[in-house]
Design a protein around this ligand. Structure first.
Ligand code: ADP
Ligand code: ADP
Length: 229
């Protein structure tokens, strides 16, 4: 059985009398340990799908399975557990706490979960061994995103979900962040899903899910993804 499966998933948003189907019959599968990139134009439904996968929102209909768990049938309480222990999140604007150091940001996240990784070791892993005691404002954009990735990894999640993690970074820095995410996947057999606007990054993925108008347009697989240098 696939590690992640979406089967005919629909998500409607209602605003007054208007109903938008942000996800409209979405089906795809992801294998354990894959590095997956989700691409598509703005408004296509990528964030909606990622939020459903991460248990941040519930679908209107359809079935979502993650590692044998029926996420689409979870109660609110079960979803909170799932988000806290099984899923790591990385966002476009880092969402770091400004008056905590890099290390303190990572420690805070590791405190709420069952089997955290050592915050110092994780920061070393993302290349910030020398910068643990810096505050976010003292770090470049790329470094802040590395802290955010370390914070997500400190929970030792089976699934890492990243929504436009390179959206605020220049191309070269963004590429380094993608390479780091690709590495974290290879390191631990962790499954990583990344939304990106940049088609160039798709070549680094094992699997590329193309989203258009709330639907899966196509899924492509790279038998030999571009290696992280
Ligand atoms: P993408 O991430 O591909 O840019 P989104 O998943 O953010 O796309 O949005 C898909 C569609 O759903 C868009 O038309 C968007 O306006 C709509 N949408 C997303 N979130 C909401 C919401 N909370 N309420 C109403 N409409 C929403
Ligand atoms: P970028 O142009 O890639 O965003 P910056 O020019 O902001 O990077 O930063 C370059 C380097 O200087 C980075 O290593 C960053 O950590 C460091 N740096 C930037 N601002 C400060 C600061 N206020 N205190 C200490 N180090 C800083």
């Amino acid at each position: 059985m696939a590690y992640v499966s979406f089967t005919d998933v629909r998500k409607e948003y209602r605003m007054g009398d208007t109903v938008t189907a942000a996800a409209d019959g979405v089906s795809f599968e992801i294998e354990k340990g894959e590095f997956v990139v989700m691409v598509g134009p703005s408004g296509a439904g990528k964030t909606t799908i990622l939020n459903l996968l991460g248990g941040m929102d519930s679908c209107t209909s359809g079935k979502i399975l993650v590692d044998g768990r029926d996420v689409s049938a979870c109660t609110e309480r079960q979803l909170t557990e799932y988000r806290r222990h099984d899923v790591g999140f990385v966002f476009q604007f880092y969402n770091l706490i400004q008056n905590l150091t890099a290390l303190e940001n990572v420690e805070l996240a590791s405190q709420i979960c069952r089997s955290p990784l050592n915050p110092r070791k994780v920061l070393e892993r993302v290349g910030l061994g020398e910068r643990m005691d810096n505050f976010p404002a003292q770090l470049s954009g790329g470094e802040q995103q590395r802290v955010a990735i370390a914070r997500a990894l400190a929970k030792n999640p089976k699934l890492l979900l990243c929504d436009e993690p390179t959206g605020a970074l220049d191309y070269v820095t963004g590429r380094q962040v993608l390479q780091l995410l690709q590495h974290t996947c290879r390191d631990n057999g962790r499954t990583v899903v990344v939304i990106t606007h940049n088609q160039a990054f798709a070549a680094m993925a094992d699997r590329v899910i193309h989203i258009h108008s709330g639907k899966v347009q196509k899924v492509t697989r790279n038998p030999a993804p571009l290696p992280a240098e």
